[in-house]
Ligand binder design. Structure first.
Ligand code: GRF
Length: 208
């Protein structure tokens, strides 16, 4: 069983998609061992607890400086002894020490087709605002391994989503979630849990 720890900052609809896919048997060989949020009040913690998953919050605001937070955060992550860490809308920069310690074992969902609309400053609704501003006709979502460069790790899976007349950032965000994110992230976890993803020469390859 792959021990999966999910990190969240917001409403947690991606977390819910993972919980539902595990419960429905669409994601196998997986145990959701914990959820960590950097925000005490978010709905994600409630979603986790409703599913019987231990959920805790660790916020940078509770520590005197970033180093103290990073240390406490890594200790909290370690307590769950995860095989895989899933960033499901997690807006805190992952400390370098954690990226190194869990190298090849952290994945992220990003709401665009990387390398478009990604990197520093591209998070949440901003990604969709930029896509609409540029006038692209197709956007989507990407699941990738996390490395030290932001949104630069090996790409595991992508799914395209069409932009439609009259889209606002909010409408587009919802469509990208429904048509791409909620499917891609559980699928990627299932693939990793069942040994279907390996990294060869810096690229993620689906092996069977
Ligand atoms: C998602 O669009 C995710 O890709 C982005 O933040 C959003 C999180 O949504 N980085 P939720 O908390 O899973 O509902």
């Amino acid at each position: 069983m792959l021990r999966v720890l999910v990190l969240v900052s917001g409403g947690g609809t991606n977390l819910q998609a993972i919980i539902d896919a595990v419960a429905a048997g669409k994601v196998t060989n997986t145990s959701l061992v914990g959820v960590i949020s950097n925000n005490k009040t978010v709905k994600s913690l409630e979603r986790a607890r409703n599913a019987g998953i231990p959920a805790v919050s660790v916020s940078p605001k509770d520590f005197p400086d970033r180093d103290a937070f990073n240390k406490a955060f890594l200790e909290k992550v370690d307590e769950f002894a995860p095989d895989l860490i899933v960033l499901a809308g997690f807006l805190v920069a992952i400390p370098a020490a954690m990226v190194q310690k869990y190298s090849g074992r952290i994945i992220n969902i990003h709401p665009s087709l990387i390398p478009s609309f990604c990197g520093v400053g591209y998070y949440g609704l901003k990604v969709h605002e930029k896509a609409l501003e540029r006038g692209v006709k197709v956007t989507g979502a990407t699941v990738h391994f996390v490395t030290e460069g932001m949104d630069e790790g090996p790409i595991i899976a992508q799914k395209a989503v069409c932009i439609e007349e009259g889209d606002t950032p909010e409408i587009l965000q919802r469509r990208v979630m429904e048509q791409a994110e909620w499917l891609l992230l559980p699928q990627a976890i299932d693939d990793i849990a069942n040994g279907r993803v390996t990294v060869v020469d810096g690229k993620a390859v689906r092996t069977r």
